[in-house]
Design a protein. Structure first.
Length: 323
């Protein structure tokens, strides 16, 4: 599919579940969407990405270009370069996108965690940086196949603050493609708000050997621990200049308890032996607490235990590597 306007040329780095889901919506909204693939390159090049969604219906992302690296992108720089890769240790996001960025390219981060933008803002100071938070349950089920279970909103705004015409254009494309776009002029506060859930449920789910949300909340003392740890995230956010609404922890707990039980993305990564986003989801919050002088014993304990789990996984992977 070819867009009618060069302002709608979009390159997505990371055509996994999240990148493919939003890429399909942007294409349905009229954008010219290309993707950089790694493991699914052959499947996506041959057949695109099939999105199975009861809410949006069956749709297929058929990229204009399927690439192995951003440097292979043809036809001039994209208007938007969407980064949808996991932020794990050793990932150099700047190096992955540098060769595809042109003078007018806006960089869009659809990624987890807090305090993840400064690295790219420093590398590309002359480019708009749009920070986005995905509120969606979606999984890659096979090469070139994605299952959308629920939700789908994308919240975003310019980093460090504001809302540009380009951000509004991105919202219009998403809305035209059937996805609700929630824009904000204070995206850093929005990131901290999402961290209240992510920085607690994700590590707890892993430390309990892939617990689901029902296991976490309905164990003796489960709600109380979650509430206490969430309160620490709220205190850190406030100390960083981003106070969150009163009662937010209880709102999240109530909403999670009402939803069907599910495993967090970090629990799924743990089960499948994939790298986990421990540093950006939890480690950055712990470091912010230490920097601001905020007591966060529950978060610090979760972080220390997660580093133990990561160390064991690294030793296992090293032992299994071919010699």
């Amino acid at each position: 599919m070819t867009a009618s306007n060069t302002q709608d040329r979009i390159l997505i780095l990371g055509a996994g579940a999240i990148g493919s889901f939003y890429g399909a919506a942007l294409q349905a909204g009229g954008a010219d969407v290309s993707v950089v693939c790694r493991s699914d390159y052959d499947a996506v090049r041959a057949n695109g990405v099939a999105i199975d969604s009861s809410a949006l219906g069956a749709r297929t992302l058929r990229p204009a270009q399927v690439l192995r690296s951003a440097a292979d992108y043809q036809g001039g720089p994209p208007a938007f370069l969407i980064v949808s890769v996991k932020v794990v240790e050793g990932t150099d996001r700047a190096a992955l996108i540098r060769d595809a960025i042109g003078p007018g390219t806006a960089i869009v981060l659809i990624e987890n965690g807090v305090e993840i933008e400064a690295e790219l803002a420093a590398e590309f100071p002359d480019h708009e940086l749009i920070s986005a938070l995905a509120f969606v349950q979606v999984s890659r089920t096979a090469p070139g196949r994605v299952k959308h279970f629920a939700f789908g909103d994308l919240h975003f705004g310019n980093y460090p603050s504001g809302l540009s015409d380009k951000a509004r254009r991105l919202a219009a494309l998403l809305e035209a493609g059937g996805v609700r776009a929630v824009t904000t002029e204070d995206v850093v506060t929005a990131r901290w708000q999402k961290a209240v859930w992510n920085a607690v449920f994700n590590p707890v789910s892993v430390l309990g050997n892939a617990l689901d949300t029902d296991d976490i909340l309905n164990a003796a003392g489960g709600k109380e621990f979650v509430r206490r740890a969430m309160g620490e995230v709220c205190a850190v956010a406030a100390a960083c200049g981003h106070p969150l609404p009163e009662g937010l922890a209880d709102q999240f707990i109530t909403a999670t308890a009402k939803a069907p039980a599910y495993k967090t993305s970090m629990a799924l990564d743990y089960e499948h032996g994939r790298p986990m986003e421990v540093e950006v989801v939890l480690g950055n919050a712990v470091r912010a607490a230490q920097r601001e002088g905020v007591a966060a014993p529950a978060l610090e304990t979760l972080y220390a235990l997660m580093k133990m789990v990561e160390r064991k996984a690294a030793k296992r992977n090293e032992a299994a590597a071919p010699r």
